[in-house]
Design a protein around this ligand. Sequence first.
Ligand code: GTP
Ligand code: MG
Ligand code: ZN
Length: 358
Amino acid sequence: MLDQYGWSERLQHDFAPYAAQGLKAGRVVVQQRGGYRLITEDGEADAKAASRLMRSQAEMARPVAGDWVAFEPRKPPEPLFVQHVLPRATAFVRKAAGRGLHAQVVAANVDVAFLVTSLNSDLNLRRLERYLATTYESGAQPVIVLTKADLAPDVAAFVAQVRTIAGDAPVLPIAAKRGEGLEAVAAYLEPGRTAVLLGMSGAGKSTLLNALAGSERMSTGEIREGDERGRHTTTHRELVLLPSGGLILDTPGMRELGLWEADSGVSQAFEDVEALVTECRFSDCSHGSEPGCAVRAALESGDLDPDRWASFQKLQAELAFEHRREDPRAAQENKKLWAGRQKQMRAWVKQKRKGPDD
Ligand SMILES: Nc1nc2c(ncn2[C@@H]2O[C@H](COP(=O)(O)OP(=O)(O)OP(=O)(O)O)[C@@H](O)[C@H]2O)c(=O)[nH]1
Ligand SMILES: [Mg+2]
Ligand SMILES: [Zn+2]
C-alpha cells in the first residue's frame, strides 16, 4: 500500500530509528481543521498529531498533506497518534498572516507543482512569477496549467504571453470539462509521483483532479457572477491516488502567495533577468544612469518587459525587507552596502564630469 503512495528507500532509511521504537509509517492524505487522515500499510485511518508538533512556534514542524510520518498505532476508534514528521524531500512554503507573519507549509514531498490559472479573466503574469519562484524554492518541478481554454477567445495568444515569463516550465492549456489537454497533464503523473494543484479559488483545480481521476473525488463550485471569483469550495487538502498510479494533492484556493525566504527561487524564476544583470559593466550597477547597463539597454530595445523588470525588483525588495526584519545585523549590513553603492556612484559621476583632459 505505502509503495503506491511513493514509499522509497530514502524514506525507509529515515524511518528506521522510529521503526526500532515500535512506531509505524504513514503518509498524510487528508489535512483539515479537525485533524488528519493517514494512509498506512493497513489502509486509511484518522489521526491526530502530538501537541509537541502542533505548538505555534514550530509551524514548520507540523504534519501537512503529503508528509510521511511515524505514528503510534491505537485501537480504533482512537485516532492514530503522529509522533514524528520524516524529513521532507520538497516543501512548498508561503508566508502566512495571523499570529504574526510565519512560514506555512502548503504541501510536502511533491515532485511536480501544477500552477493552475484560469484563462477566464484570472490570468496574471505577476502572480504566476510568484508561484514559479516559490515552486523553484520548494524543489518541485513547476508546470503551468491554463484552465478553461473553452472560454478563451484566443488560447494561443494567452499561451504565448505566459511563455514569456515561464522560462523552462511547460505551459499546458486545458479544458477539463471537455476532457481536452488532459493527457499532457497526466504525462507528469507517473506511478508513485506526487503532484500538487496550486492556485486561486475558482481556477478549476478540483475540476481537473476529477477529470484525471475519472470520478467526482472532490466537490467543485460555480464561481461568482460579476467578479468571477471562486467561492473557496475546497477547504481541506487531500491527496488522491489516481487510477493511473500517480498521486495528486488538491488544495484550497490561495488569495495571496507571500514569499518566504525564496531568494534562490526568485533567481531561478528570473534567470533571464539575472543573466542581464551580470552583463552590466559594473558589478554593483544600480541600473540607473551608469554606462554599460545591460538592463537599461534591454529595456530600451524591448528585450526586457518593463513590467517583468518591475516585478523582479518588487520581489527582491520583498525578500530584502523580510531579511531585515528577521535579523538586525543583516539590516545594518544592507544599509552599509547601499551607502557604499551611493558613494561609488557619486565618485563615478564626479569623475565623468571632470572629463579625461581636466
Ligand atoms: N468552462 C469551464 N469551466 C470550468 C473548467 N474547469 C473548471 N470550471 C468551472 O470553474 C468553477 C470552479 O471550479 P473548481 O474546480 O471548483 O475550482 P477550484 O480551483 O477547485 O476552486 P477552490 O476549491 O475554491 O479553490 C466550476 O464552476 C467549474 O465547473 C473548464 O475547463 N471549462
Ligand atoms: Mg477546489
Ligand atoms: Zn545595470
